[in-house]
Design a protein around this ligand. Structure first.
Ligand code: UT7
Length: 332
């Protein structure tokens, strides 16, 4: 048995912030942001938490499939910005949706959270442990961005995407192969220094602005291109997929130059690369489901299409999934 995505939906907060917004309080320009990142605008959630974006996306996802929340038997929330460190955001989502007799958990693999969770959800369905999993990816990145630091304030946005994972009616389709990797050597380049057990919150950690994202952009940039391209290439090779037989590369959206360099390294033309960073910036765990939901909406996916989904994030975490598209007919 294989597992597949039978429905997918997204929620992005209505408030849009273009690059010019940052010019009033940071030493930056629309031109710099556009040229160095490809980002034009992003959405920030004014009030509320990550679950407040996930819940409407989850409702829409179930509605599209003609199911109600009670039909779900597990909830996974991929996020780096949970509502609280505990309780888990999956439980908050469960309560908001009014689902009973369900289990679930949160998963954090930084920008690879959704990719790692997609593999996990599919394997749980394949093994028969669960039949219908609500796989949620959401992040309120504005809650951990340092708006005084031009090196990262311009890079992220808020959003959520939710996919329903069910057994595929065609065993040749759905999740076909994957490679996931973690490498703690990356710890020093991208992290939130305080707030965990190593550096609990204190007046000092707040004064030192250690509850925000800290990153060395260039080191992350280089590792991201190599990481995503190399394992995606390997996945393609071992499954006999060529740039010609690939339909879509769906990469994590952190920087347009990272996306372009990754595709170039893999010999994949721009017409096969999903890009939406210009409208959302880096939404971390929401990026991949937002991309997929747009492709579905635009009718850009049909049964049998070869898709490579690829991600890279803090850790370093890195993942690549080979998915042969099949929605069991629910999204055709
Ligand atoms: O998914 C994982 C999450 N993170 C990433 O993937 C991020 C990966 N890295 C990147 O996307 C890029 O490295 C950045 C967009 C963060 C930076 O771009 P870059 O081309 O690597 O710039 P840089 O770090 O080499 O900085 C060049 C200059 C510096 O000024 P000086 O030292 O040359 O005077 C920066 O201070 O650009 C400056 N700079 C800015 N200038 C205007 C950095 N951010 C800004 C800004 N506006 N927003």
């Amino acid at each position: 048995m294989t597992a597949t995505i039978t429905s997918i939906a997204r929620y992005v907060p209505p408030e849009v912030y273009d690059n010019k917004y940052f010019e009033s309080f940071l030493d930056t320009t629309d031109e710099w942001i556009t040229q160095r990142t490809g980002i034009h605008e992003r959405h920030f959630l004014k009030e509320g938490a990550t679950s407040d974006m996930i819940v409407p996306a989850a409702r829409l996802c179930l509605e599209k499939r003609g199911l109600s929340p009670k039909d779900v038997d597990a909830i996974i929330v991929a996020t780096v910005t949970p509502d609280h460190l505990f309780p888990i955001t999956a439980a908050i989502v469960q309560k908001q949706l009014g689902i009973e007799k369900v289990w679930g958990f949160d998963m954090n693999a930084a920008c690879s959270s959704f990719v790692f969770a997609l593999v996990t959800a599919c394997k749980l369905v394949e093994s028969g442990v669960a039949r219908r999993i609500l796989l949620c990816g959401g992040d309120k990145m504005s809650s951990i961005m340092d708006m005084q630091d031009r090196n990262q304030a311009v890079l992220f946005g808020d959003g959520a995407g939710v996919a329903l994972i069910e057994p595929s009616d065609d065993p040749e389709c759905g999740l076909r192969d994957f490679m996931l990797n973690i490498d703690g050597e990356g710890e020093k380049y991208l992290k939130m220094v305080a707030g965990g057990s190593k550096n609990p919150a204190s007046i000092e950690t707040v004064t030192r602005r250690e509850h925000f994202i800290h990153q060395e952009g260039q080191a992350v940039f280089k590792a991201a291109v190599k990481g995503m391209a190399d394992i995606s290439h390997e996945i393609m090779n071992r499954n006999g997929i060529t740039p010609e037989t690939l339909r879509w590369l769906v990469p994590h959206q952190a920087n347009l130059r990272i996306i372009n360099a990754t595709a170039e390294r893999m010999n994949i033309g721009p017409e096969k690369v999903k890009v939406n960073i210009e409208r959302y910036a880096n939404t971390t765990s929401a990026t991949i489901p937002i991309c997929l939901s747009e492709l579905v909406e635009e009718k850009q996916l049909k049964k049998g299409d070869n898709i490579i989904i690829s991600s890279f994030g803090a850790g370093f975490t890195c993942g690549s999934i080979y998915f042969k598209w099949n929605s069991n007919g629910y999204m055709e």
